[in-house]
Design a binder for this molecule. Structure first.
Ligand SMILES: NCc1[nH]cc(CCC(=O)O)c1CC(=O)O
Length: 310
């Protein structure tokens, strides 16, 4: 069994995590195949300008196609809802911490940041959510893997940065989290904190073997969340948050938020976020997608539209 993985520390941790799971639960022998993707190479431009979702997964899928690897492990946040023809998600694992986290060397919360403070993030979602909480902040682009982003903070380019708590925790960097935002403050991205295992759709053997590893409530919840993303335009770089807090209940409440990034990437002053939320009993994928579609329709009715690369 070979796992194709990106070579960032986070991707390697995730691949090792799945390797250990497969060895313990299925008794398999697993090796890792490290690869560099386009998304890892392009560090100077915002992901929204270079193609967004899919950038991190294409090379891994090529390895699955030509048989160099059997499975690929992904952060679901980076994976488009509709995989390319011939690929399938074999399972989604139980979600870890879905929250965003503030990291700073000088301030212990968003509220403590002085007026006009520079906060690093290249996520349009984080930009619009931060701007709605603190319109006075200056948001500056911040790309690169976790270590790079932390280093740029430590070099003094930003007073604070915002990134996924899950990534920091996986790498043993929880001590750097000054504030973990609760979803009511900063709504997470569709799929944030959840890992998925991708295989070639014709690998029935793998689909069957991996099915027992699935965490069904997480899978249903992230399906609903990712349906909102697909319905709004499908790019991972939209100013969109979509999140289900308590997926263990048959009644799932899907919340979403949308903001206007503005031409200068600083948001549009005074413009409130478009918010939508609906609840439904979700016991299968069709119901999850229907819930996601309803929330997306409400966002659009509230004025949310995605003009790519605007
Ligand atoms: N876009 C990069 C990315 N993809 C997944 C995670 C975090 C881990 C996860 O969501 O499972 C991150 C880092 C970040 O957003 O700070």
């Amino acid at each position: 069994m070979v796992i194709a993985t990106r070579e960032s520390r986070l991707a390697l941790w995730q691949a090792e995590h799945v390797k250990a799971l497969l060895e313990a639960r299925l008794g398999w022998q697993v090796a890792l195949l490290g690869m560099t993707t386009l998304g890892d190479q392009i560090l100077d431009r915002s992901l929204s300008k270079v193609g967004g979702k899919g950038l991190f997964v294409k090379e891994l899928e090529t390895a699955l196609l030509d048989g160099r690897a059997d499975i690929a492990v992904h952060s679901l946040k980076d994976v488009p809802m509709d995989l390319p023809e011939g690929f399938a998600l074999a399972c989604v694992l139980e979600r870890e911490d879905p929250r965003d986290a503030l990291v700073s060397n000088d301030f212990s919360s968003l509220a403590e940041l002085p007026s006009g403070a520079v906060v690093g993030t290249s996520s349009l979602r984080r930009l619009v959510l931060l701007k709605s909480l603190r319109p006075d902040l200056r948001i500056e682009p911040l790309r690169g893997n976790l270590d790079t982003r932390l280093r740029k903070l430590d070099e003094g380019h930003y007073q604070a940065i915002v990134l996924a708590a899950a990534g920091l925790k996986r790498l043993g960097l929880s001590s750097r989290i000054r504030q973990a935002f609760e979803p009511e403050q900063m709504l997470p991205a569709a799929g944030q904190g959840a890992l998925g295992i991708e295989v070639r759709a014709d690998r029935r053997d793998l689909l069957a073997a991996l099915a027992p590893l699935a965490h069904q409530p997480t899978w249903l919840a992230v399906t609903a969340e990712r349906t909102v993303s697909r319905a709004m335009g499908g790019s991972c770089s939209m100013p969109l948050a979509a999140f289900i807090r308590a997926p263990q209940s048959a009644q799932m409440r899907l919340e979403a938020a949308w903001g206007e990034p503005g031409a200068d990437g600083q948001g549009v002053a005074g413009q409130p976020l478009v918010r939508a939320d609906h609840s439904a009993s979700v016991t299968n994928f069709a119901e999850a997608e229907a819930l996601g579609e309803r929330v997306a329709a409400s966002l659009r009715a509230g004025g949310a539209v995605w003009a790519a690369n605007s």
